[in-house]
Ligand binder design. Structure first.
Ligand code: HEC
Length: 403
């Protein structure tokens, strides 16, 4: 029953997280589009910075941007902040429901480090808090005005974080915490810098004072940083669907590559929006992506000494191996209290179930060591190797001819 409730909590909060995330990033993309497409020259009233006509959903829209605050300041002003806050709140809730609630399975990997579940959770939370403190210090230093240097140092630090986390947490947890840290920076930028700056602007306008442009400029810088983080964060949020990325033995390097591609593509869009042509960013991104495809190619595990002197698995012994290592979760009625139903609907109750999807099993268990989750059953490399050989045989033509 508890597992069932947790599953529905997961479903609901994940749904909310997606909706608010789409609203937040969607609004952010829309305002960047506006900035890049405003008419700033033709027939503008003197108080305007630009305007834009658009057609959408069967109606014409007309929008104006002011150089300074309008006079009087309108009573109803839309702020676009709750999308950001709720995306972060639902994200942290999801982190707790999925990762911290079952930390020993999702956060730990005994093949990586021998730490307790609480230590792992502590590392996860510290990543988000320290990440923000360091980033905020960087933004308050002179470094922030050196765009490229800031970007390079930021990228090196994120890569170092990915590497550091991969030395303590399961690869899955390491990935999601890099994403959670970046998401925290984005939401904290809105909460601590962008919204306060806007509040100061509104207050100054209401009091008829000249407003200090500095907070607004700082807010813009943070907003640009957020813009570059969106594409990498979006990938990390779906990364768990791609075991060849986080399941790779150099998972942190793959993540760094994908972050680079995301930021580069964002930069290309930003340049294009400003009417600047760039010919190398997209091809370079594609080359990095191809390099990642190559780096993550399936590699057979080395045959260990104890595996080489054992004969190949029979169907019965393969079934037994799966039964020991997988069936507590992957069964129509899982004996594990964590799951009310088989995770992802993947069931290994019969030999036919197992034979139905050899490549999926191989990807999770042989080409990477993602399954068993958290290696809770302590599956050995030699067992993975034997299972891999058996699965290969299933996929080979000779095996297919047998009834
Ligand atoms: C402790 C519970 C547990 C054990 C034991 C376990 N799994 Fe899983 N398995 C999961 C969970 C949870 C997921 C879903 C992961 C996700 O959300 O990405 C999963 C997903 C899968 C998937 C689907 C992956 C996908 O993305 O489609 C396969 C295949 C799989 N497991 C195979 C295995 C094999 C083979 C074993 C044994 C060697 C095993 N699992 C042992 C919990 C477990």
């Amino acid at each position: 029953m508890e597992a069932h409730i947790v599953e529905w909590l997961n479903l609901t909060v994940r749904w909310i997280h997606m909706i608010t995330g789409i609203a937040w990033i969607g609004a952010s993309f829309y305002f960047i589009f506006l900035e890049n497409n405003l008419n700033r020259i033709q027939k503008l009233r003197p108080e305007l910075a630009g305007n834009l006509w658009a057609i959408h959903g069967g109606g014409f829209y007309y929008l104006e941007k002011y150089k300074l605050a309008p006079d009087p300041v309108p009573e109803h002003l839309h702020w676009f902040k709750w999308e950001a806050y709720f995306t972060w709140i639902s994200g942290v809730a999801l982190l707790a429901i999925v990762y911290y609630y079952n930390a020993s399975f999702y956060m730990l990997d005994p093949g990586v480090a021998d730490i307790s579940a609480n230590t792992a959770i502590g590392i996860g939370i510290a990543t988000m808090v320290l990440g923000w403190l360091i980033y905020d210090l960087m933004c308050k230093s002179a470094l922030v005005n050196k765009g490229w240097l800031f970007a390079i140092i930021g990228f090196v630090l994120v890569t170092a974080l990915a590497y550091g986390l991969s030395q303590f947490l399961s690869a899955r947890a390491a990935y999601i915490h890099v994403g959670a840290m970046l998401g925290t920076l984005m939401a904290a930028n809105v909460f601590f810098v962008i919204i306060p700056a806007q509040k100061a602007m509104v207050k100054a306008a209401l009091n008829g004072e000249d407003f200090d442009p500095l907070p607004g400029q700082k807010a813009l810088t943070r907003s640009i940083h957020n813009n570059y983080m969106t594409l990498p964060v979006l990938f990390i949020m779906i990364s768990n669907h791609f075991p060849s990325t986080f399941g790779n033995s150099n998972s942190w390097l793959i993540l760094a590559g994908l972050i680079l591609v995301g930021a580069a593509v964002r930069h290309w869009f930003n340049l294009r929006g400003k009417g600047q042509k760039n010919y190398w960013l997209l091809p370079a991104s594609i080359i990095i992506l191809l390099a990642l495809v190559y780096l993550t190619r399936p590699i057979a595990l080395p045959v260990s000494a104890d595996a080489s002197n054992v004969t190949a698995l029979t169907d019965a012994s393969a079934f037994e191996l799966i039964d020991i290592h997988c069936s507590s979760c992957h069964s129509v009625n899982p004996s594990s209290t964590m799951f009310a139903a088989a995770p992802k609907g993947v069931v290994f109750d019969t030999l036919a179930d197992i034979k139905a999807n050899p490549s999926l099993i191989k990807a999770q268990t042989v080409n990477s060591k993602i399954m068993p989750l958290g290696n809770s059953t302590n599956m050995q490399d030699s067992e993975r190797q034997l299972l891999g050989n058996w699965l290969d045989q299933l996929a080979s033509p000779q095996a297919a001819q047998q009834p």
